[in-house]
Design a protein around this ligand. Structure first.
Ligand code: ROI
Length: 162
């Protein structure tokens, strides 16, 4: 089993409900054991002119290989009505593999650790609820250092984990 962290995001069609149903789907992934969910956070989109996002981070232990996990996550996104039009467009559900154990993965379909996560408050603060601040990323930086470089400003914490 490998501990993985998955970023959840939605800015369409009742985002909190989208995240809740994604959590139900993640709990049923084959070869995997649910390991917990952060609080939910809302924030303005990094891109102007989009609805606000709701984000969270989930932890799973899984036997699925990275690309098999990616396929399973994309199936959940599609089942929840994700339509891929423009890159970075608004979406009913986005599921990103943030970390897959301590592996560094560089494939056309999958980059782990997730490329943008290290500068995104809406990923780092929920992740910090699930791993200690002493956590070291594959490039040697600690979660604590990334949090210090990435202010909480603009994030609103919604709900404690259930
Ligand atoms: N902005 C926020 N706040 N949360 C997201 O999940 C998110 N996802 C995106 C872009 C459009 C970059 N902005 C976001 O893909």
């Amino acid at each position: 089993m490998t501990r993985v962290f998955i970023g959840l995001g939605s800015n369409l069609a009742d985002p909190a409900a989208q995240l809740a149903s994604a959590v139900q789907a993640l709990k049923q992934l084959p070869g995997s054991r649910w390991a917990g969910l952060s609080s939910l956070y809302t924030s303005d989109s990094i891109l102007a002119g989009q609805p606000r996002y709701t984000n969270a981070v989930a932890a799973l232990d899984t036997e699925l290989a990275p690309l098999a996990l990616l396929d399973a996550l994309q199936a959940i996104e599609n089942a929840q009505g994700r339509v891929r039009t423009e890159r970075w467009g608004p979406r009913t559900l986005d599921l990103d593999i943030l970390l897959y154990g301590d592996q560094v993965i560089d494939e056309p379909r999958l980059h782990v650790p997730h490329r943008e996560m290290q500068a995104r408050a809406f990923v780092l603060y929920p992740l910090a609820e699930l791993v200690p601040e002493a956590f070291v990323f594959s490039d040697g930086r600690t979660l604590r250092a990334l949090l210090q470089a990435c202010p909480f400003t603009g994030l609103e914490r919604l709900a404690a984990p259930r």
